[in-house]
Ligand binder design. Structure first.
Ligand SMILES: Cc1cc2nc3c(=O)[nH]c(=O)nc-3n(C[C@H](O)[C@H](O)[C@H](O)COP(=O)(O)OP(=O)(O)OC[C@H]3O[C@@H](n4cnc5c(N)ncnc54)[C@H](O)[C@@H]3O)c2cc1C
Length: 394
């Protein structure tokens, strides 16, 4: 049963992560990975990964707390949505023993990171249309295709690339069911090229367009292994299951990203509204300022409740129930984040747009929570069709 009251150990985890993030000072010359590694040393990055592979043995509930609190303290790690949440989950649940040994301890202790690539230029939100194709060449695989907006490829040791096997005819594949397969592609594999996309985002992570031109991969690059006698949890036919296993954590973690950022913006606005006085009282006494901030707080709290429900269902093994809740949590958090940031910037008046106060750049950053990894409209479509049973327009 979903408990609406957070267990004590979650409250402690929140406080510890918030303290750690607020007190972190990046040493001169260190890059953004330093914070990642410092957090990993404390067990935060791999908190959801299995204990026998060096993780914390927790779930997405704990991982989402870590990301939310980092964001609320002003230092969100976008790659947590990808490396431990998607890639760590998929490998823990479906990887071969060798893949688990190879990756999980390193993902947990922060020595290695993994990116995730599904989005394609010609498919966009319609991932059934992806055309990145894997074909057999002896024991090897040859992977060819294009990806876009893939985060952190330069700082990750490998990218988990979603492709499809050639056994699905192209025409049928374009309009038919998605039959994916997931490959671990090391960053420097020949034929795996990346080009940074010039985004209007003030963030440590870069997005990339990827070109895969007959990228040769060994059989064991396929998650779950390539043997035809796959046990049902691995191999070429298991890709859909693997993919969905990774997508629920991705949505829950994006909700955490949005809630954290919204809380950060709101707290900055509250500090300002309590102090700034241009008439007789601080501006926060005017209801035109106070009420939208109160609404932003309520929306963030509501989004967090749904995120906790989604994480609880997911960690309890209810993938189907978690699917609906994770989508709704992502939707609610994306909207709450955008509104909180908008109101926070407005509360600061002209200072809302100065670099010194640092809130304006959140206007674009907050939109990430609305568009990725699945847009607001695609979630409304999902709820219309799956939950409400309405017909499809596409
Ligand atoms: C900062 C950032 C980081 C990202 N990182 C990654 C990553 O690491 N890995 C990865 O694989 N991807 C990543 N993405 C990609 C992201 O998941 C996609 O941008 C997203 O899925 C939307 O796809 P699209 O951009 O092609 O938009 P499109 O699919 O072209 O959609 C454009 C607009 O049309 C709307 N629309 C589309 N179809 C419908 C419909 N049927 N009904 C109503 N409206 C519709 C959408 O809601 C949207 O508003 C990232 C994106 C961003 C911005």
């Amino acid at each position: 049963m979903t408990t609406l009251i957070e267990p004590e150990e979650h409250t402690y985890l929140r406080e510890a992560v918030a303290d750690f993030t607020r007190n972190y000072v990046r040493p001169p010359g260190a890059d953004s990975r330093h914070f990642w590694q410092a957090a990993a040393k404390l067990g935060y990055i791999g908190v959801n990964l299995p204990e026998e592979y060096g993780g914390g043995g927790g779930g997405i509930a704990e991982l989402s707390i870590v990301l939310e609190e980092m964001g609320a303290a002003g230092n969100p790690l976008l790659m947590m949505i990808v490396s431990p949440a998607i890639c760590g989950t998929v490998i823990s649940r479906f990887g071969t023993e060798a893949q688990k040994q190879d990756w999980l301890p390193a993902l947990a202790d922060g020595t290695r990171m993994m990116a995730f690539g599904i989005t394609e230029p010609d498919a966009g939100s319609n991932s059934h249309r992806i055309t990145t194709t894997a074909r057999r060449d002896g024991d090897d695989w040859l992977l060819t295709g294009r990806k876009v907006f893939i985060s952190g490829v330069d700082i990750c040791d490998a990218t988990l690339v979603v492709g499809r096997t050639e056994t699905v005819p192209t025409e049928e594949g374009r309009t038919g069911r998605l039959k994916p397969c997931l490959f671990i592609v090391p960053r420097d594999t020949p034929g795996f090229e990346r080009r940074a996309i010039d985004m209007e985002l003030d963030a440590d992570e870069t997005q990339f367009e990827l070109t895969l031109d007959d990228v040769r991969l060994p059989a064991d690059a396929l998650v779950g292994g390539g043997s035809s006698h796959a046990s049902g949890s691995g191999g070429e036919d298991a890709g859909l299951l693997q993919l969905f296993a990774g997508l629920n954590p991705e949505r829950i973690m994006t909700a955490a990203f949005g809630i954290g950022m919204g809380r950060y913006a709101l707290s900055r606005a509250l500090d300002y509204a309590r102090e700034r006085t241009v008439w007789k009282t601080p501006i926060g006494a005017h209801q035109a300022i106070a009420h939208p901030l109160a609404q932003a707080h309520i929306d963030l709290e509501l989004a967090r409740l749904m995120m906790q429900k989604a994480a609880h269902l997911y960690d309890a093994g209810d993938d189907i129930g978690a699917g609906e809740a994770a989508n709704m949590a992502k939707y609610a958090a994306g909207e709450a984040c955008v509104k909180a940031v908008d109101q926070a910037v407005h509360t600061l008046g002209g200072n809302g747009l100065t670099r010194e106060f640092g809130l304006a750049s959140l206007i674009t950053a907050s939109r990430v929570a609305r568009i990725a990894p699945v847009s607001r409209e695609m979630i409304l479509n999902y709820v219309s069709h799956q939950t409400l049973g309405l017909p499809k327009s596409y």
